[in-house]
Write a protein that binds this ligand. Structure first.
Ligand code: GP9
Ligand code: MN
Length: 633
């Protein structure tokens, strides 16, 4: 009786507290999780307790004897999961994912070095297991309780409530955290390691199920479709013009076409890019086709000429699929392929995806010297990034394909004063105001990079491709945008036209021109491969060579089903004249006026667009390329 008073907390609460404290210590001091503000600190502190409580509170549903056994094994298994992650993290600075565990070479690599990654003091991590074990054995009679239904429901309500609270905080800190899945570190930081594992299992099972039910049957129809719409090498006006040259691809973070040849406060926004148009092929009606996966979606488009997915980031959800991506194709044509990007390698699951699609090297944040001084916003400043990259570029075997992903011009468009060459715009949108100086900063960084390429001798033998990855200013800022563009309002038509991003192909020694044909990121892969003199007959791609003498398709499809043709722009059931922006008709009547609704000039094309997007989705959901032999050799 006496003892019972001494331990007046139920054992599952004691176990939760101990386990929560331990997990927090591991998060805070053993994993290298970056915390950017107080809110993140708070969430990181709360989530270990939320998930521990959820887990241990299950014990109340057991009969008295089972309760103790459950708590013992729960704390042991929970600790083992935490510990395996720690050991994995010490080697890979990343968290375990189900596919990595079962399919990746990572786990095998780890096997050999696992012992070296375990340290004697790690035994302390098992302290709470020993305590729970001891208490549950020694004081079984004091701790086992015949819980009333009310207490059970209370424990459940409390644990779910706690979890929900944690989730809401996380959602406030990172909107759409679960739908978008951008980074494992963000997930662990916000919902905790254990909930992250549950989420990862759910995501994995869903895509596995779709994969399992797919067989090769759909493939011939899709192959047929892409072959019919393919532009052939014979029709390509510039086939082989850059044969065996290096490719330097620069992904310009959040740069939209509306800043090109435009001014703010009387100053040019992108003087370097404007000049570059003179001696490049510049596509002025080139659209991004990304969705929630943002930069990674744009990468996916240019690497595969497949569309990204309507929800989530395909880099995350289908990072293990079979692809026939540009790095693989180039590798088999004697190229060495690389990515330069000064961010966490696990962001957008890049490490896994890059490995899968054949990149030879990924120069991630660890390849750079990053400190307070040379960083702003999301990390290393673009000028520093290019400067520090040159030495790596020079060391590569040629020919190489090297993709550089800039970062400074990322929302919320922060820039220190000494880096700003132009004044911000003046409107009610801080975002749009600040956008111009950061775009200018990136423009200057690219200019300096061109200089460095010339000085280091990398320029002459390379072609340089520049592309905006996606929009930077969302429709949330329409009011300020309409003011800047001197329009009464931003209509659905304007919104689509704002999805244009700059696309340059600069071939030293070759005169370029401005090309007005409609084009999209989906067209990059076939275009580049043809410039390099690589045939694409065997490939399955939805894009076409932008230098083909005849176009095989009438539309550029955006990922939400909007599209652009020579004559029309279609978005949200509305069909516009592309030239004038005049509304030609509405397909489904949103105002409830049946008569006004009906077919428009866009209707027949809409069906084609939907079919194309659904073919591409089928390839990804069913992992259909595993049934296809690309014959790359
Ligand atoms: C992150 C960078 C930005 O590494 O590519 O990603 P975004 O938010 O633009 O997709
Ligand atoms: Mn981006």
């Amino acid at each position: 009786m006496q003892k019972k008073q001494f331990f007046n907390l139920p054992l599952y609460i004691i176990a939760s507290i101990l386990f929560g404290i331990k997990t927090y210590i591991v998060y805070r001091f053993l994993f290298n999780i970056s915390l950017e503000n107080i809110m993140q600190e708070v969430i990181l502190f709360i989530n270990p307790f939320a998930s521990a409580f959820l887990f241990f509170a299950i014990s109340v549903w057991f009969k008295e004897k089972g309760q103790m056994r459950f708590l013992r094994y729960a704390s042991l298994i929970g600790t083992l999961i935490l510990y395996f992650n720690l050991v994995f993290y010490r080697n890979f600075t990343d968290f375990i994912t189900i596919p990595v565990l079962f399919q990746g070479s990572n786990a095998a690599d780890l096997g050999t070095s696992a012992l070296a990654l375990m340290h004697i003091p790690d035994l302390l991590l098992f302290l709470d297991v020993i305590i729970v074990w001891y208490l549950s054995k020694k004081y079984t009679d004091d701790f086992k309780v015949d819980y009333k239904k009310r207490s059970k429901v209370l424990a459940l309500t409390f644990s779910v409530g706690f979890l929900l609270f944690n989730y809401l905080l996380a959602e406030a800190e990172r909107p759409q955290l679960l739908q978008r899945t951008f980074d494992r570190e963000y997930l662990v930081k916000n919902i905790g390691l254990f909930n992250y594992h549950i989420y990862d299992i759910a995501l994995q099972s869903k895509s596995q199920a779709q994969r399992v039910f797919a067989d090769g049957n759909e493939m011939p129809e899709i192959e047929d479709y892409t072959k019919q719409h393919k532009t052939s090498a014979e029709n390509s006006e510039l086939f082989g013009i850059a044969e065996d040259k290096n490719v330097i691809f620069i992904s310009l973070e959040s740069i939209q076409s509306f800043v090109i040849n435009n001014t703010v406060n009387g100053e040019e926004v992108t003087p370097f890019l404007n000049d570059l148009i003179e001696d490049s092929f510049y596509f002025e009606n080139f659209y991004h086709q990304t969705e929630q996966g943002k930069t990674s979606d744009s990468e996916f488009l240019i690497e595969n000429s497949l569309y990204p997915l309507p929800r989530g980031a395909v880099y995350f959800t289908h990072g293990q699929n079979e692809y026939n991506a540009m790095p693989e194709v180039l590798n088999s044509n004697g190229y060495n392929s690389n990515v330069f990007h000064a961010n966490n390698k696990s962001f957008w699951n890049r490490d896994v995806m890059y490995d899968n699609i054949g990149y030879d090297n990924f120069y991630d944040v660890t390849a750079y010297e990053v400190d307070q001084e040379n960083s702003v916003g999301w990390g290393l400043k673009d000028k520093e990034f290019f400067e520090q990259s040159i030495k790596y570029l020079q060391s590569l075997p040629e020919p190489y394909y090297s993709k550089f992903i800039t970062l400074t011009n990322h929302y919320p468009f922060e820039l220190s004063e000494e880096d700003a060459s132009i004044e911000p715009y003046n409107s009610n949108s801080k975002t749009l105001n600040q956008y111009f100086p950061t775009v200018r900063y990136t423009d200057e960084a690219v200019e300096a990079f061109f200089e460095q390429l010339k000085e280091s001798g990398e320029y002459e033998n390379s072609i340089i491709v520049l592309m905006g990855d996606h929009y930077g200013i969302s429709d949330f800022h329409d009011k300020a945008m309409s003011m800047y563009l001197e329009k009464d309002e931003i209509t659905a038509y304007d919104h689509i036209q704002l999805q244009r991003v700059p696309f340059f192909i600069h071939i030293p020694g070759v005169d370029g021109k401005v090309i007005s044909d409609i084009a999209g990121q989906i067209d990059v892969k076939p275009t580049l491969l043809h410039l390099l003199g690589i045939e694409t007959t065997e490939d399955i791609m939805f894009g076409q060579d932008l230098f083909a003498s005849e176009s095989k398709k009438d539309f550029v499809a955006l990922r939400d089903g909007s599209f652009i043709t020579d004559e029309y722009v279609y978005s949200k059931d509305q069909c516009f004249n592309r030239e004038t922006g005049e509304l030609l008709g509405t397909e489904v009547n949103q105002l409830g006026n049946e008569e006004a609704a009906g077919e428009t000039a866009c209707t027949p094309i809409k069906a084609d667009v939907e079919q194309e997007l659904s073919y591409s989705d089928k390839v990804i959901y069913g992992d259909l390329f595993r049934f296809y032999n690309f014959n790359n050799e």
